[in-house]
Design a protein around this ligand. Sequence first.
Ligand code: BDR
Ligand code: CA
Length: 314
Amino acid sequence: MNKIPVILDGDPGHDDAIAWVLAKASGLLDIRAVCTVCGNQTIEKTSYNARRICTLIGLDVPIGMGSDKPLISARRMAASVHGQSGLDGPILPEPSMEISPLPAAQLMAKVLRESAEPVCIVPTGPLTNVATLLLSHPELKEKIRCISLMGGGIAHGNWTCAAEFNILVDPEAAKIVFESGVPILMAGLDVTEKALIFPADFDRVRAVGNRVAAVVADWLEFFYHFHRKLGYAGAPVHDAVAVAALIRPELLEYKDLFVQIETQGEYCRGATVGDLLGTTGKAPNVRAAMCIDRAGFADLLVEAVRAYGGGREA
Ligand code: BDR
Ligand code: CA
């Protein structure tokens, strides 16, 4: 089977990192580039983390650094979730790969231009880089097969009542992406808050016994304890769902919806407003994942770390 060409674009971040572990392990994706965006932490920190993650998992592809701020909004970060480094917890290897001389959107453009087949973009942070790409290279839109993103929530938000973090950080970018006409697979909070990982799951991950498994188990444990304090039953591994949607779509249930991004609201800026009742009469622009086979998702993470070899069998 032909691998799906992809560009990973995120703000790592524990769940971004786990998403990338999954993407590299699956064997179904041909990762052509990694891009970084400012979100969970500053662009310097997310880029440093991206280099450390790529070193850990042996992912040797160009890494394009994004802008140091959203398109229009002031910077907003999530140190309370991911720590001061943006990826607190286990010690990671010092990076063995450098940042590309091409900034993120230009690197994306190069990958698209040079690819014989259309490429999927997997954004797991704010959509600043993807919007910049669409604004600067509208002619390359046809080369984007789909955008499988983590962001938004049809039912509710997590940083405000109405808005999820990735969309809230850069709503103008999200509006450009959602209005682009490119097929969008949306892993919003509706599904990602059901992608819960429990201690029994990260114990299985750890038991695999290799270096990547140990680090992923520590990331999951870190994420679990943070979310328990907020009242979650387990750790929602949001960003990994955007990768699962490409490699194991049967784990998810979807709804096709017309989704608009609120950029003006007094209370709802950054909301992903989904037309659940068809009141707008507009054709769907988004395939929104709404449910996930949680046990299958946990098994997928265990299988993923096994692919890094060298340990005990779980
Ligand atoms: C999103 O916000 C970030 O903190 C996570 O990495 C994820 O992409 C969840 O709202
Ligand atoms: Ca993220």
